[in-house]
Design a protein around this ligand. Structure first.
Ligand code: SF4
Length: 187
C-alpha cells in the first residue's frame, strides 16, 4: 500500500525532476576546493540553487589535482592555448580536455551552467592568458578549458558566472533561458 508520505515523496521527486538541471562550479559554496583550499560564498548562487537540481563539478580536482595545489594558468604556446602548472612545468591540457568531454557526456542533459569567474578551468571570457608561464601580466583574456568544452558541446545553453549573475537583469534572463530549456526537453 502506498502511504501518504510515499505519495508526497513521489510528488516531490516529480517536481524535482522538472526543475532545471544546472552544472555549477563546486567551489561556489559547496566545497573548499580552490587551489588554496578556499571556497567562494555567493548569495546569488545560493538563491538559484534553491530552485534547481545542481550538478556539481570541480574539474581540477576531479581530473586528479589535490587540494590545496599549486596554481595553474592558461598560456599561449605556438599560438594555441595550453593549461600549465608553472611550479612543476606540467602541461595539463590533454587531461583537462579528456576529463571535460567525459564529464559533459556522462551527465543527464543540463539546462545551463554557473561557473566560477576568472578560473583557468571554469572562467567565462575573463580568464587571464599569459605569453609565458611565469609572466605577471596577461596578454589576453578568454575562457577556461572546462568552459571551452561546455561551449563546444552545449553551444546554445545559458552559461553565467557568480559575478555576472549579480546583475538582476542577467539573472532574470538566465532563469528564463533555463526554464525554456526545461520546457523544450520535456516536450
Ligand atoms: S573554479 Fe572550477 S576548477 Fe577551480 S576550484 Fe572552482 S570548481 Fe574547481
Amino acid at each position: 500500500m502506498i502511504n501518504k508520505t510515499a505519495v508526497e515523496d513521489g510528488v516531490t521527486d516529480l517536481r524535482k525532476n522538472s526543475n532545471p538541471r544546472i552544472v555549477i562550479s563546486k567551489c561556489l559554496g559547496f566545497e573548499k576546493c580552490r587551489y588554496d583550499a578556499s571556497g567562494v560564498e555567493s548569495a546569488t548562487v545560493r538563491d538559484i540553487v534553491s530552485e534547481v537540481n545542481p550538478i556539481l563539478v570541480c574539474p581540477e580536482v576531479e581530473m586528479g589535482l589535490s587540494i590545496p595545489r599549486d596554481p595553474i594558468r592558461v598560456v599561449f604556446f605556438n599560438r594555441k592555448t595550453r593549461l600549465v602548472q608553472p611550479s612543476t612545468g606540467m602541461d595539463l591540457t590533454s587531461d583537462m580536455i579528456k576529463f571535460s568531454l567525459n564529464f559533459l557526456q556522462s551527465i543527464p542533459p543540463p539546462d545551463g551552467f554557473i561557473m566560477k569567474s576568472k578560473s583557468p578551468s571554469c572562467g567565462i571570457g575573463g580568464t587571464k592568458i599569459f605569453n609565458n608561464p611565469d609572466d605577471d601580466i596577461p596578454v589576453a583574456f578568454g575562457d577556461g578549458f572546462f568552459v571551452k568544452a561546455v561551449k563546444d558541446i552545449f553551444p546554445v545553453l545559458a552559461i553565467e558566472s557568480e559575478e555576472t549573475l549579480k546583475n538582476p537583469l542577467v539573472k532574470k534572463a538566465f532563469m528564463h533561458r533555463i526554464r525554456a530549456s526545461v520546457s523544450s526537453r520535456e516536450k
